[in-house]
Write a protein that binds this ligand. Structure first.
Ligand SMILES: NC(=O)c1ccc[n+]([C@@H]2O[C@H](COP(=O)([O-])OP(=O)(O)OC[C@H]3O[C@@H](n4cnc5c(N)ncnc54)[C@H](OP(=O)(O)O)[C@@H]3O)[C@@H](O)[C@H]2O)c1
Length: 262
């Protein structure tokens, strides 16, 4: 599971872990400046264009690597399909499914305020590097036995991924419908996991990437799940505090990120 010391994958994965911890620490001091925390004089682009541009590298880079590998394999051993190639293709498609939704569906439905250009550039760099890391490791460094899909761990991880993705998509749908087109107001979200936590979409996304790490069982996937928790975990607490200050009637029993706990 752990890549060897000389491997660039090893260093990139550790960069995610260290970068995630630093990002977490930074957010204990300042809010990440987008959405409701955008500074007024920042240069921005439309939310639709911004979300598309920043997330699409995590779809295109894995797709490119997958197509290149398939072309290579067709040239060397035509017509063969091993457990390894089926396993890695399925797992990569799972990763790309999330980013297809984020860049090609979420981006075009969003009713969010414009995104700061700096956020878009930083996120696009992150998505390119992470897209490369996850797909390169899966396609070139991982071996799956023929029985890869039959273990309880993989089934459990996949289930977690699907549940997390569903919560994330459903929660973003609830948030979107709190606004009419063109409106920029904040309302109290109700329904789904919002009955339990203020940041149901972030809770779903963290569950999703934990599930992906469990089913994939690779260091880069665990590093990415850790980074995601560090990136959107503190933002969940900022949103929770913002709701409590903004609305006197905000539900008192609602937690910030983890139902009944935190
Ligand atoms: N894996 C990662 O590291 C990572 C990092 C960042 C984001 N994401 C994912 O990307 C998605 C969007 O992230 P985000 O940080 O933009 O989420 P967010 O702050 O919850 O906002 C989501 C959308 O809903 C709107 N919104 C939020 N609360 C609202 C309310 N109470 N009333 C009306 N509208 C509301 C926002 O508008 P405004 O923009 O106008 O506030 C925005 O368009 C989430 O699914 C998140 O999980 C993942």
């Amino acid at each position: 599971m752990m890549p060897c010391l000389e491997s660039p994958v090893f260093y990139l994965s550790w960069s995610l872990v260290v970068g995630g911890a630093l990002y977490f620490w930074q957010q204990t001091r300042v809010h990440t400046p987008y959405g409701r925390y955008t500074c007024e004089r920042t240069r921005c682009c439309s939310a639709r264009l911004g979300w598309f541009l920043q997330e699409v590298p995590s779809l295109l880079v894995p797709l490119l690597l997958l197509l290149l590998l398939q072309e290579e394999e067709t040239g060397t051993s035509p017509g063969t399909s091993t457990g390894t190639s089926t396993g890695r293709t399925l797992l990569l498609c799972t990763f790309m499914l999330h980013y297809f939704h984020r860049s090609c569906i979420y981006a075009f439905l969003t009713r969010g305020r414009p995104l700061p250009l700096m956020t878009v550039v930083q996120a696009a760099i992150f998505c390119s590097v992470n897209g490369f890391l996850q797909s390169h490791h899966l396609l070139h460094c991982t071996h799956f036995p023929h029985s890869w899909s039959s273990s309880a761990r993989q089934a459990g991880g996949f289930l977690l991924f699907v549940v997390g993705l569903s919560i994330n998509v459903h929660s973003d749908h609830i948030l979107r419908n709190l606004r009419r087109p063109g409106e920029v107001v904040y309302r109290i979200p109700h329904g789904g996991m919002f009955e339990f936590v203020s940041a149901a979409n972030f809770f779903g996304e963290i569950v999703e990437w934990c599930g992906y790490a469990v089913v994939t069982w690779t260091f880069p996937a665990f590093a990415f799940a850790f980074f995601s928790a560090c990136s959107i975990g503190p933002r969940a607490f900022h949103h929770h505090r913002d709701y409590q200050q903004r609305f006197e009637d905000y539900p008192r029993c609602r937690k910030a990120l983890i139902p009944f706990i935190l």
